[in-house]
Design a protein around this ligand. Structure first.
Ligand SMILES: Cc1cc2nc3c(=O)[nH]c(=O)nc-3n(C[C@H](O)[C@H](O)[C@H](O)COP(=O)(O)OP(=O)(O)OC[C@H]3O[C@@H](n4cnc5c(N)ncnc54)[C@H](O)[C@@H]3O)c2cc1C
Ligand code: SF4
Length: 486
């Protein structure tokens, strides 16, 4: 156990963010660099090393949290990093971006603020990179088997790293021009600087993983050819089809899916563009959808110099405390103030968009909304509550409907879909097609990075067993697991 009295003597302290006025003028991560290290060992010391660590179950990766908390408390960063990597390929991603369902399940959280697990995680991995502890781990011998991974998001990368380390020859195919999936082109720089992806890719290259960008499977290479060339295939193509809002005026200029808007801002940060062609500068911006993607649009619009930013959400505002339906240790839906929300803008809950209006050139100018309420389980509009708000740029951030079927990927492989339209798989992550596996959002539906990594690891084990008859790879979850979490 870290510090037997830590939870009694130390209060919870989290990473400090830079002042709003400073950080909206740049795209760097919002946190004060180096602010965690001086406090983090004491924070790790708040861990009670519970007999039954519920945090393990809260984390889809089954991260060995009390073990690395103990090492972090003792400042044995090398041992902490080894324990962290035992279950997580990319803690620098989850340590920055995970909503930390582990903290919702922390036993200390029953009557005190939970241990700041996510901050300990990111401190361990940042320290490990800094001290040269993260090195390539190439396999000792090759199996002679080949695997194609389709998609380079966290699921594809985790599967590829596990399978490469198991000795298979792995190629990752990505239709975009850079590796990373939504980590690269969805999540903005201010939430995670892309240098973290780049150095992982260098590590993976040094281990032997091959990367092929700007290759769309289903279009540039068909499924039959890929299956002939590779002994196994992992489909980790994400759930990239955005949910639309088919109301009058949707066709006006200036109304875009979030995933048309956000990647352009990321491309500016990559140095490909000087100015994002879809830009919030000087405009009244409305973001439709109250989730993480919406918050990323809000933060991006602030940095581009929007005149105003309004975020609309159809559901009621969540409470600030757990209610009876969401008891400890489940992951509760609570009112969240993200860094983007701290930076300004207005959030309007329980409203639905009825239509858009534009000017004579076809550019959107305003959005008409109406208040809604749940009655007998059904969402109903409240008569007489219509209003109009200015809207010169609208982003649709209402979730994703599933994996892209427009490129023939699903049809060419002949993989079956489940009742929600995701690629169906068995307990080993195998699809109905021999040797074809699926991991991440493509099989689970839109989810989280931590689930994508957990699925990538678990699917890798399934593939390894398929190729060799047995596997020593760690597989944290099964497809049906929902755990205590989101
Ligand atoms: C804007 C935004 C912000 C988010 N923020 C967070 C967050 O803060 N925390 C969190 O935990 N989760 C967040 N998420 C969710 C998280 O990013 C996803 O759950 C996760 O990235 C899914 O990983 P994946 O590997 O399954 O798919 P993806 O990351 O979507 O990667 C799939 C990749 O496959 C490629 N691809 C698709 N079809 C083909 C093909 N035919 N050939 C070749 N390549 C193909 C795509 O180009 C893409 O690069 C966010 C999502 C969005 C959209
Ligand atoms: S990956 Fe997420 S859930 Fe798991 S320990 Fe890290 S912050 Fe917690």
């Amino acid at each position: 156990m870290a510090d037997p009295k830590g939870f009694l003597t130390t209060g919870r302290e989290v990473a400090k963010t830079r002042p709003v006025g400073e950080r909206v003028k740049d795209w760097n991560e919002v946190y004060v660099p180096g602010s965690l290290l001086p406090i983090i060992s004491k924070q790790a010391g708040r861990c009670m090393d519970c007999g039954i660590p519920f945090c393990h179950n809260g984390c889809p990766l089954g991260n060995l949290i009390p073990e690395w908390n103990d090492y972090a408390y003792r400042e044995d960063w090398s041992a902490a990093s080894e324990r962290l990597h035992a279950t997580n390929n990319f803690p620098e991603f989850t340590g920055r971006l995970c909503p930390a369902p582990c903290e919702s399940a922390c036993v200390l959280g029953i009557n005190q603020p939970a241990v700041t697990i996510k901050n300990v995680e990111v401190s361990i991995i940042d320290k490990a990179w800094e001290s040269g502890d993260v090195t390539p781990q190439p396999p000792e011998r090759l199996s002679g088997k080949t695997v194609a991974v389709i998609g380079s998001g966290p699921a594809g990368l985790a599967a590829a790293q596990q399978l490469t380390r198991a000795g298979h020859t792995v190629a990752v195919f990505e239709r975009a021009d850079r590796i990373g999936g939504l980590l690269r082109y969805g999540i903005p720089e201010f939430k995670m600087e892309k240098s973290h992806i780049n150095r992982r890719i260098e590590q993976m290259r040094a281990e032997g993983t091959k990367f092929r960008t700007e290759v769309e499977i289903g279009k540039d290479i068909d499924a039959a050819k890929l299956r002939r060339r590779y002994d196994a295939v992992v489909i980790a193509a994400g759930a990239t089809v955005s949910r639309d809002l088919p109301v009058p005026g949707r066709e006006l200029n200036g109304i875009h899916f979030a995933m048309e808007y956000l990647p352009l801002a990321n491309k500016v940060q990559e140095g490909d563009l000087t100015v994002a062609p879809i830009n919030a500068a000087g405009k009244h911006v409305v973001v439709i959808g109250g989730g993480d993607t919406g918050a990323d649009c809000v933060g991006t619009a602030h940095r581009q110099g929007a005149a105003s930013v309004t975020q609309l959400e159809i559901m009621p505002q969540p409470g600030e405390e757990r209610n009876a339906n969401q008891p400890w240790p489940t992951f509760p839906m609570l009112y969240k103030v993200t860094s983007a929300h701290e930076e300004g803008g207005e959030r309007i809950y329980s409203v639905s968009t009825t239509h858009f209006e534009g000017d004579e050139d076809g550019n959107v100018q305003s959005l008409h909304l109406i208040e809604v309420e749940f009655k007998d389980g059904k969402l109903e509009q409240k008569a007489g509550t219509e209003r109009v708000i200015p809207a010169q740029l609208v982003t649709l951030a209402m979730g994703f409907t599933g994996t892209d079927q427009g490129n023939g990927l699903v049809q060419q492989f002949g993989v079956g879909l489940d009742e929600r339209g995701n690629i169906a798989r068995d307990e080993d992550y195998a699809t109905n097609v021999d040797g074809v596996y699926v991991a991440g959002d493509a099989g689970r539906g839109q989810s989280l990075i931590v689930w994508a990594i957990a699925e990538g690891r678990s699917a890798a084990r399934g593939v390894d067993r398929f190729l060799t008859g047995a596997s020593a790879l760690h597989a944290p979850i099964r497809p049906t697991d929902r755990s205590l979490t989101v």
